[in-house]
Design a protein around this ligand. Structure first.
Ligand code: FVH
Length: 294
């Protein structure tokens, strides 16, 4: 059953850019919010908006059964937990600090010994997006904690629970960021190419690139199915055809544009063809990435 945290309140540890946005979101939704930060001055504006500040982190944790922590890194989280000690016992800890799956699993192990319900989170948003539905917050770990505190967590944006393994939120967070950087890399190369002929980047982006990428995005579910099934055979554009001509590389070099961003992907496609998989569709290159992690 869900806890009505409006009666019990939320404690937020860490009042950086993101922590402050989280506090404002809880306050806006009417949650009694107790806050702590290493540098006390960051609490001033939030106190003016209704937050309760305490200079004692142990007291902040003791005040509420739901404790949200959002600090720079896991080292800071562990240092704070060293101070808090067993006061955290029997509480729910929601950790929204960025880290690795392994760090999340180790933290879960540490706090579970205190009887803490641990929920790890990954915030797919910048602070100004918090409270909006476009702000997606990934959670994994204690399902009990997620279900009990769902109402409070939904104040921050769109909540998505990914499973009981506390490492899953961080893994998915990093996977989504990888997709984003891949897209940014493609964008930068593409714009560098047209700018070499003084084409207006803004017009090119809105009139040609974005519609093209939207169209290409519709092919991703089919590619994902191929990866799940391991069957990469295609009758359309196979790897042999796509990798045979490095026209993008040739034209980029001729235009004075570095191919640092596009070379890795073409090199993977060519290696896959050389390994005898020229009839496969593009997602087949994932096999090379998997091999390189073995
Ligand atoms: N800001 C963003 O856009 C991203 C969005 C995705 C998620 N990240 C992660 O959120 C964590 C916090 O990020 P932040 O934006 O709030 O970061 P800062 O504004 O730099 O604030 C850092 C807070 O951490 C406190 N802190 C640092 N070291 C310690 C420590 N050893 N002991 C106690 N607290 C510590 C710092 O305190 P202070 O410097 O004000 O005293 C701030 O409260 C982060 O993992 C992002 O990757 C944000």
């Amino acid at each position: 059953s869900q806890v009505n945290t409006k009666n019990t309140g939320v404690s937020v540890i860490g009042l950086g850019q993101m922590g402050s946005a989280l506090v404002k979101a809880f306050l806006t939704k009417g949650y009694s919010t107790t806050v702590w930060n290493r540098s006390p001055e960051k609490a001033k504006d939030l106190v003016a908006q209704g937050a309760v500040y305490t200079p004692d982190v142990e007291e902040a944790v003791a005040t509420n059964s739901l404790v949200v922590i959002c600090v720079l890194d896991y080292q800071a989280v562990h240092e704070i937990l060293d101070t808090v000690g067993s006061t955290l016992s029997n509480r729910t800890l929601v950790n929204l600090t960025n880290g690795t799956p392994e760090q999340a699993r180790l933290l879960k192990e540490r706090v579970t010994q205190l009887g803490v319900e641990y929920l790890d989170g990954g915030i797919m948003a910048v602070p100004s997006l918090i409270t909006r539905s476009e702000a997606v917050l990934l959670y994994s770990g204690s399902q009990k904690a997620f279900e009990m505190h769902r109402q409070a967590l939904d104040s921050l944006g769109t909540s998505k629970y990914l499973g009981t393994d506390s490492g899953l939120a961080a893994l998915n967070d990093l996977a989504l960021l990888s997709g984003m950087y891949g897209m940014f890399g493609g964008f930068i190369h593409s714009v560098a190419l047209v700018r070499s002929e003084k084409v207006n980047a803004t017009e090119f982006t809105s009139e040609l690139l974005i519609p093209w990428l939207h169209a290409m995005m519709t092919t991703l579910p089919k590619m994902a199915q191929m990866i799940d099934s391991g069957d990469y055979k295609t009758k359309d554009a196979n790897l042999e055809m796509q990798a045979s001509l490095d026209t993008i590389g040739d034209v980029s070099r001729a235009q004075g544009i570095s191919t640092e961003l596009t070379d890795p992907i073409f090199s993977l496609m060519q290696r896959r063809v050389a390994d005898g998989h020229g009839d496969d569709d593009f997602p087949s290159v994932i096999e090379l990435l998997r091999q390189s992690t073995n």
